[in-house]
Design a protein around this ligand. Structure first.
Ligand code: 5AD
Ligand code: FES
Length: 347
């Protein structure tokens, strides 16, 4: 198995069969072998710097009905909210003073925010904070909408592909959604000029080593600047309430493989990872991740943006999370930097 890790490091990819074998057969010893390499690559490109992104969860209304997600439209127990433009700008102000230089606007697919409204919000944030990067994470839109947001000043876009296996995709989503459209959106975003992030949940229901291998091959094909992965965690009001969650070890192993495959990728150690283990985010960094995304949403709405159960930090002020993460990163020899945290191209 070590030979496969070496091969991945040298050539940047493996076959589907080789990836699947690694995923099925990794051991704690192999994990350590991988993490040494993935950490060294993170060091090579980003040193001990950890980039922070201020996450603003501005709406939990969603027209979609993904089977895994707590804010799916069929969840009538979800208490819905929307932030106004002013509330969003207030989050940015707090964030800027705490040293955030990237803001992420994330929300469900909520059509009450028209392209015009969103473009105005994007333009205003970039006007007030010209030294900041703005990331959008608002789902599937038309080419023209993506272009309008880009022209208004958005720099980056996160759209997890969720799974690169068609059959698996249909087991996680209703038939109104398709992997084909998801991929098309990602290619459109790239073409427009965004820094693009795809990704998936580790341990989602019906996932196999083979489907994970396809995820890795899709990432290799897309060559995104960012990859977001975290464990699947069941939400009690969804069809997947009683399914098993993803594991820490599997998530860390995949983080390491992704760092080896795209050495300069921007790779978050996610809140979901911090939710399944008290030191999950630190372990994610030690497996090769280099980004953390604390929450800047107003505390009174945080508990409402519940994609999965037991989400951490829903009661904490932005400043508390900032300080907490600083301490956590320092405990493993890293430090949070005041920086846009752009993708560094490979030399
Ligand atoms: N567990 C973990 N991650 C989830 N997401 C949605 N629901 C869950 C869940 N139950 C992830 C999806 C989505 C991102 C915003 O959150 O991958 O793309
Ligand atoms: Fe929110 Fe630690 S990051 S309290």
């Amino acid at each position: 198995m070590k030979a496969y890790i070496d091969k991945l490091e040298c050539s940047g990819c493996l076959s589907q069969e080789e990836f699947a074998l690694l995923i099925e057969n990794h051991t704690p010893e192999l994990d350590e072998y991988l993490f040494e390499k993935s950490r060294a690559l993170r060091q090579k490109y980003y040193g001990n710097d950890i980039y922070i992104r201020g996450l603003i969860e501005f709406t939990n209304y969603c027209k979609n009905d993904c089977f895994y997600c707590g804010i799916r439209k069929s969840n009538h127990n979800a208490s819905r909210y929307r932030l106004t433009k002013q509330q969003i700008l207030d989050c940015c102000e707090v964030g800027y003073s705490l040293g955030f230089r990237t803001f992420v606007l994330q929300g469900g697919e909520d059509e009450s925010y028209t392209d015009e409204i969103l473009a105005d919000i994007i333009y205003s944030i970039k006007f007030l904070y010209p030294d900041c990067a703005l990331t959008l994470s608002i789902g599937e839109k038309s080419y023209d909408s993506y272009k309008a947001f880009f022209d208004a000043g958005a720099d980056r876009y996160l759209l997890r592909h969720e799974t690169a296996d068609c059959n698996h995709y249909q087991k996680l989503h209703p038939h109104t959604m398709s992997l084909e459209n998801r991929k098309q959106c990602l290619y459109n975003l790239k073409k427009i000029g965004y820094q693009v992030g795809c990704g998936f949940m580790v341990g989602s229901p019906f996932q196999t080593a083979e489907s994970l291998a396809k995820d890795l091959l899709f990432i290799h094909e897309l060559q995104p600047q960012m990859v977001g992965i975290g464990p699947f965690i069941p939400h009690h009001d969804t069809p997947f309430a009683s399914q098993a969650g993803g594991t820490l070890q599997q998530t860390l192993f995949l983080l390491g493989l992704i760092r080896l495959m795209i050495p300069n990728v921007l790779l978050p150690s996610t809140t979901a990872l911090g939710t399944i283990h008290p030191q999950g985010r630190e372990m994610g960094i030690l497996a090769g991740a280099n980004v953390v995304m604390p929450n800047l949403s107003p505390v009174d709405v945080r508990k409402k943006y519940l994609l999965y159960d037991n989400k951490i930090c829903t009661g904490d002020e932005a400043a508390e999370c900032r300080a907490c993460l600083q301490k956590r990163m320092q405990s493993i020899g890293c430090s949070i930097v005041v920086d846009r945290g752009d993708y560094k191209s490979a030399e």
